[in-house]
Design a protein around this ligand. Structure first.
Ligand SMILES: Nc1ncnc2c1ncn2[C@@H]1O[C@H](COP(=O)(O)OP(=O)(O)O)[C@@H](O)[C@H]1O
Ligand SMILES: [Mg+2]
Length: 232
């Protein structure tokens, strides 16, 4: 079977993704597409396949079958090194729990993706600090992750995810561990920052008030996805 042609202008497209884990079907023909600068919420109940879809789109998990095209390239034709280079330089990630490195200060955490890409320490920390300013956490630069609140830590994690100016930001339940006030602030800052850099955002969430920050919603149920008309 030849892969379907991605919709015009799309940056990342998936068609007919299937993935099983032993007897469990995680994805059962899921499809997805996102344009540059678009914020798409992937919704659905727990266990429906949202994270598996995100991991496949990000090249972390290889689907059993189906096609994923990023910027005109079929992911399946890339080797591990090419996929990991893509993740380092073109993708950014935010997870439910910030997953900051506890031994590093906040500014060192934000600078880390740049350091891993070979940027010198001074320049990396200068860029990191400018992102921390945008996320309103620059005053925490010298603190360790253990010394900041959950909402602050998550804003540091968002700054880290954007520091390389990724073309796609993958966020899996980024506010799942926050109260609603902190969650909304993180979403506001995350979507503002992403829109200002024209990054596409794949936002996995099961909360309608988080999905409200998106341009479009895709619903996943039993490993199958469909576009949903926003009910306003
Ligand atoms: N690494 C894995 N090993 C075994 N089962 C998995 C794995 N990842 C996901 N699953 C299963 O696949 C289904 C979809 O999981 P997931 O994509 O995490 O759903 P969601 O993010 O919507 O909660 C679930 O039944 C889950 O238990
Ligand atoms: Mg999940």
């Amino acid at each position: 079977m030849t892969a379907p042609t991605p919709p015009p202008g799309s940056l990342l497209t998936a068609a007919d993704l299937r993935k099983t884990y032993g007897p469990t079907t995680a994805l059962d023909g899921a499809a997805f597409s996102i344009h540059p600068g678009e914020v798409v919420a992937v919704m659905g109940p727990s266990g429906s396949g949202k994270s598996t879809l995100l991991h496949c789109l990000a090249g972390i998990v290889t689907p059993d079958s189906g096609s994923i095209t990023y910027d005109g390239r079929e992911m399946a034709t890339m080797n591990d090194a090419q996929r990991s280079a893509l993740r380092r330089s073109e993708f950014g990630f935010v997870f439910q729990f910030g997953q900051l490195v506890p031994e590093l200060s906040c500014v060192e955490n934000v600078a880390l993706p740049l350091r891993l890409n070979g940027t010198g320490r001074k320049e990396a920390e200068r860029t990191a600090l400018s992102w921390m300013e945008r996320l309103e956490v620059d005053d925490l630069k010298g603190k360790r992750p253990g010394e900041v609140s959950g909402g602050q830590g998550q804003r540091v994690a968002v700054a880290r995810s954007l520091v390389t100016s990724p073309r796609v930001l993958f966020a899996d339940e980024p506010t799942g561990a926050l109260d609603s006030l902190n969650g909304e602030r993180v979403m506001e800052l995350l979507t503002d920052a992403a829109r200002s850099t024209n990054a596409a955002v794949v936002l996995v969430t099961h909360e309608a008030r988080v999905a409200a920050y998106s341009d479009r919603e895709v619903v996943v149920r039993d490993g199958r996805s469909r576009d949903m008309e926003r009910i306003v």
